[in-house]
Design a binder for this molecule. Structure first.
Ligand code: ZN
Length: 179
């Protein structure tokens, strides 16, 4: 088994840099990067990971939605590589919901995101894909796209009171479930 890459943590300058476009998808560096990103997201139960999080400054990320305590309705997806991703358009509705990040351990926050976005990206097979994403998957896409521009989810928090530790977040969620 190959050793998994280390996940860059908040404070590491790579997380604040703008990633560069992927020019050649068939480049072995890129193929390897996709595989190790998927392996890292899977091993850490992440619903997404962006290349800069494993210290590779390329515009690509993995979206790997799966249901969790907080998002029982989340669709289960085969981990999908999205290369040179961008948002073509978005709906008007903005919703706040919980996010966490493998690069920001022990922190959760309520982050406003577009509920619906139209996106375009190149697939690992080199094809252009256009899709409408909604809700949780749209949220993952926006979170990961931010990583490619050096933005971390805590930057998007509009009310400082929306920032929680993991333990406080768990307590809040479970007390809401009881009532
Ligand atoms: Zn993240």
């Amino acid at each position: 088994m190959h050793k998994l890459p280390v996940i860059a943590q908040i404070g590491d300058p790579i997380l604040r840099s703008k990633a560069k476009p992927v020019n050649k998808i068939s480049d072995p560096t890129i193929i390897k990067l996709i595989d190790s990103s998927i392996a890292t997201a899977t091993a850490n139960l992440g619903v997404g990971i962006a290349a800069p999080q494993i210290s590779q400054p390329y515009r690509l990320f993995i979206v790997a939605s799966h249901p969790s305590d907080r998002y029982p309705q989340a669709p289960t997806m085969t981990p999908t590589a999205m290369i040179n991703p961008r948002i073509l358009s978005h709906g008007e509705q903005v919703v706040k919901d919980w996010e966490g990040c493998l690069s920001v351990p022990n922190i959760r926050g309520l982050v406003p995101r577009y509920q619906e976005i139209e996106v375009e990206y190149t697939t690992r097979q080199g094809e252009t894909s256009q899709q409408i994403l909604t809700d949780f998957v749209a949220r993952i896409f926006q979170h990961e796209l931010d990583h490619l521009d050096g933005i971390i989810f805590t930057d998007r928090i509009t009310d400082p009171a929306d920032l929680y530790t993991e333990a406080e977040y768990r307590q809040l969620i479970s007390s809401k479930e009881r009532h």
